[in-house]
Design a protein around this ligand. Structure first.
Ligand code: ATP
Length: 291
């Protein structure tokens, strides 16, 4: 095999509770991940020069060692003394730095793809430590699942055998929000447990609703402890949420550390209608479904 093309999907966090700050500076969270069909495309092509080269036209994606995909390739090449190099072509469809986990997904896809291309034959449990070193969200994308519960930094993953599929409208305002700044805005001190969410803050209840596929109940249970901070830092996001709520949607929430805002809707037709309204004001609007 000289080359491989892979889809690299985005995620939404339908439930995200921040528990406390850890000594390593990260936060312990409980989150429910959903894999969605908004995907980047990654092509990995073997080269014999030994070089790792990233080719990506997106202006905000670094092509050197700051790219998570580059770092994934370098770690595997060094640890397993791989002689071959790789040319990596990234087609970005997932908005960058939006709370949709695009970079993390790319890193996980690269780990899985290079495992095949470089014939390393590593099991999932041997690849997971690399995923963890690359970032908190990378682990979720290592698993082949629609829904998962994430704990720890969000990197301890339990697959959820749930067949429910949801339709969404996604809107990504043109704002820069840094995850560190958003988590910092919670003002949590090390080790302290603080209850931030007011309503239905139990992941077990949320997962039960998900399993029952009652979209009104799922919409009601959407939770994100980071949302208040995002709204404080970017009040425009609040206005966007109000607009989405007024369009007969079943629940509206910020994904992860934002600024992407998503809504749950009943059908593809409804999703397209809501997207068309929002597209008049926002450049980056998408219809997506659970993958
Ligand atoms: P998360 O939800 O995991 O916090 P995100 O969707 O908010 O992720 P990304 O799209 O992963 O954010 O991008 C975050 C930063 O990572 C960007 O500023 C970008 O420069 C850098 N980056 C590194 N590698 C990649 C990549 N392969 N794709 C996109 N961004 C990347």
């Amino acid at each position: 095999m000289r080359s491989v093309s892979l889809l690299s999907p985005a995620k939404l966090n339908l439930f995200l509770k921040v528990l406390n700050k850890r000594p390593d500076g990260f936060h312990n969270i409980t989150t429910v991940f959903e894999r969605i069909d908004l995907c980047d495309v990654i092509r990995l092509k073997l080269n014999t020069t030994g070089a790792i080269r990233i080719h990506c036209a997106h202006p905000h994606v670094p092509c050197g060692p700051r790219n998570l995909v580059y770092r994934a390739a370098r770690m595997l090449r060094e640890d397993f003394k791989v002689k071959d190099g790789v040319d990596i072509y990234l087609k970005k469809n997932i908005p960058v730095a939006a709370g949709l986990g695009g970079g993390s997904s790319n890193a996980a896809t690269a780990l899985k793809g290079l495992n095949r291309l470089w014939k390393l034959d590593l099991s999932l449990s041997r690849l997971l430590p690399y995923a963890r070193r690359l970032g908190s969200d990378v682990s979720f994308f290592m698993y082949d699942c629609r829904w998962a519960l994430g704990t720890g930094r969000g990197d301890s993953i339990k697959k959820l055998a749930i067949s429910t599929k949801l339709w969404h409208v996604l809107v990504v305002p043109c704002l820069k929000l840094y995850s560190g700044e958003v988590y910092g805005g919670l003002g949590l001190r090390e080790g302290r447990m603080k209850m931030l969410t007011k309503r239905s803050d139990n992941a077990t209840i949320f997962i039960r609703r998900l399993r029952q596929a009652d979209i009104a109940q799922i919409g009601y249970g959407l939770t994100n402890d980071l949302e208040d901070v995002v709204l404080r830092l970017s009040p425009g996001v609040g206005k966007l949420q109000q607009r989405l709520k007024s369009l007969n949607t079943q629940g509206v929430m910020v994904s992860g550390s934002g600024p992407c805002v998503f809504a749950i809707v009943g059908t593809w037709r409804q999703a397209e209608a809501v997207r068309a309204v929002l597209a008049r004001r926002f450049r980056r609007t998408f219809v997506a479904r659970t993958l």
